[in-house]
Design a protein around this ligand. Structure first.
Ligand SMILES: Nc1nc2c(ncn2[C@@H]2O[C@H](COP(=O)(O)OP(=O)(O)OP(=O)(O)O)[C@@H](O)[C@H]2O)c(=O)[nH]1
Ligand SMILES: [Mg+2]
Length: 315
């Protein structure tokens, strides 16, 4: 199932963000530590690179993620040109204090008095996919609950500017998706992590994939929470086993897969399965290689068909 969620307000928001980029110094791109690469919006990267703005990638929600894998992602992003990455949890007091000093290092000319006596104001813009914690980070930096937050994708609908006591401008932006997600599994990771609108996917399909990833990467978490046997073989098997263990049944007595799927999604989202990261730099590289192979095979098949059509026409 391909998940694509690109509601109308995002088209407008993207255009406005593109305009606003011209007058900010650093883009703070907020990512979700449970799926950091899937939460990298390629359109945001392209906009930022076109405007030659440096990026501070903030891997947020590390309280929910596997600390070993978070370190792997920090190393991965820090190796990228024009990018600095830090990990934090907005839910932990004081952790956001590292954000602005790290961002300032990327624009050393700003906020420093010039020879004409003027001090150029430091301006940052929070960007990222929906529900990753952009507004929560703004509130943490302001030390006030002023930006609207909520555990629903697309809470912030308009760009808003906030000012810190030292004159720094913080722009909050609506979460942005992009028109076509190249890796189908990225859409599933985003949906599992509650980062896309609920109307864009079917819980059971997403939970089947989540079950498959958990079975592969964190089988012990499934055993601890649901008492699953190690011999479950696939995602649907995990959902079926949860329904059986918990006694979820629909009228007539068959297993209630829907209820089991929602249970798994909510438990993962709420951190009840422990600290989990659904992708690593290695799993990502393997998926990208497989995608490249599929694309090459498709291109070749199309070229062969075009050659056959041309030969048939020539006869
Ligand atoms: N566990 C955990 N939850 C967090 C963290 N940061 C934010 N959240 C939660 O994530 C949810 C989304 O936060 P928001 O700040 O509204 O996200 P946003 O990126 O502004 O979302 P949109 O405006 O919809 O694009 C809220 O329920 C927050 O409480 C974190 O570090 N850890
Ligand atoms: Mg917001």
């Amino acid at each position: 199932m391909a998940i694509n969620w690109y509601p109308g307000h995002m088209v407008v928001a993207q255009r406005k963000a593109e305009e606003a980029l011209g007058s900010v110094d650093v883009v703070i791109e907020v990512l979700d530590a449970r799926c950091p690469a899937a939460t990298c919006n390629p359109v945001i990267d392209a906009m930022r690179v076109a405007r030659q703005r440096p990026a501070l990638k903030v891997i947020n929600k590390i309280d929910l993620a596997d600390p070993v894998v978070t370190q792997q992602w920090l190393d991965y992003f820090n190796a990228q040109e024009g990018v600095t990455a830090i990990g934090l949890s907005c839910k932990k007091a004081g952790e956001s204090g590292r954000v602005l000093p790290a961002a300032k290092l990327l624009a050393p000319h700003r906020g420093v008095p010039q020879s004409d006596g003027l001090t150029p104001r430091f301006r940052v813009m929070m960007m990222g996919v929906p529900n990753v914690g952009k507004s929560t980070l703004i509130n943490a930096l302001l030390n006030r609950r002023i930006a609207g937050v909520g555990d629903e994708p697309a809470v912030t609908k308009l760009i808003k500017r906030y000012e810190l006591a030292d004159g720094t401008w913080l722009h909050d932006t609506p979460g942005l998706m992009w028109p076509k997600i190249a890796l189908e599994t990225d859409g599933l990771l985003l949906a599992a992590s509650h980062l896309v609108g609920v109307n864009a996917y079917i819980d059971e399909e997403v939970a089947n994939y989540l079950g498959e990833v958990l079975l592969e990467r964190y089988p012990e978490a499934l055993t601890a929470r649901y008492g699953l046997d190690a011999d479950e073989t696939d995602g649907p098997g995990v959902i079926e086993a949860i329904a059986k263990r918990r006694g979820f049944r629909i009228k007539g007595g068959s297993p209630d897969y829907e209820k089991a799927a929602v249970t798994l999604l909510n438990d993962y989202r709420g951190g009840l399965l422990g600290r989990i990261t659904l992708e690593t730099p290695a799993t990502r590289a393997a998926q990208l290689a497989a995608l490249a192979e599929r694309t090459a095979a498709l291109t070749q098949a199309l070229a062969e068909k075009a050659a056959l059509d041309a030969a048939a026409k020539a006869q």
